[in-house]
Design a protein around this ligand. Structure first.
Ligand code: FES
Length: 128
């Protein structure tokens, strides 16, 4: 059952906008009253989303807008110091992110549309 003060799922993009291991779709959220960019991509058929904030230093990670995957398109890689994350869990697997992980945003797909799910901490940009 959804929490009463949490916004309903928010439309993000069409499923076709997230090609397998392709460029990410960026979007804006508000976390703890601060605007933060987030991104969604598809990996092994699953659409996943995270805040665009490295676990090493809280900065944006893409080396070009929407480009988060490494050269082999196996991992999310931070462009700043090379931290490497598992795309499906957001867990750091190598580099200066230690045991950190990316902050996940829940996604669902329905009838060719992708939606992200706000929480008490991560809200749609228009709410604050
Ligand atoms: S800021 Fe991402 S690895 Fe350092």
């Amino acid at each position: 059952m959804p929490e009463p003060d949490v916004a309903p799922p928010q439309y993000l993009c069409a499923s076709a906008d997230l090609p397998e291991r392709g460029k990410a779709v960026s979007f804006h959220v508000v976390q703890w009253r601060e605007p933060v960019r987030a991104f969604a991509l598809r990996f092994d058929g699953r659409a996943v989303a995270y805040l665009n904030r490295c676990a090493h230093v809280p900065t944006e990670m893409d080396w070009q807008d929407g480009e988060f995957l490494d050269r082999d398109r196996k991992y999310i890689m931070c462009s700043i110091h090379g931290a490497v994350y598992d795309p499906l869990s957001g867990q750091c697997v190598m580099g200066p992110c230690n045991r950190g992980r990316l902050t996940r945003i829940e996604l669902t797909e329905s009838e060719g549309q992708v939606y992200w799910h706000p929480t008490r901490d991560t809200k749609p940009a228009f709410e604050d």
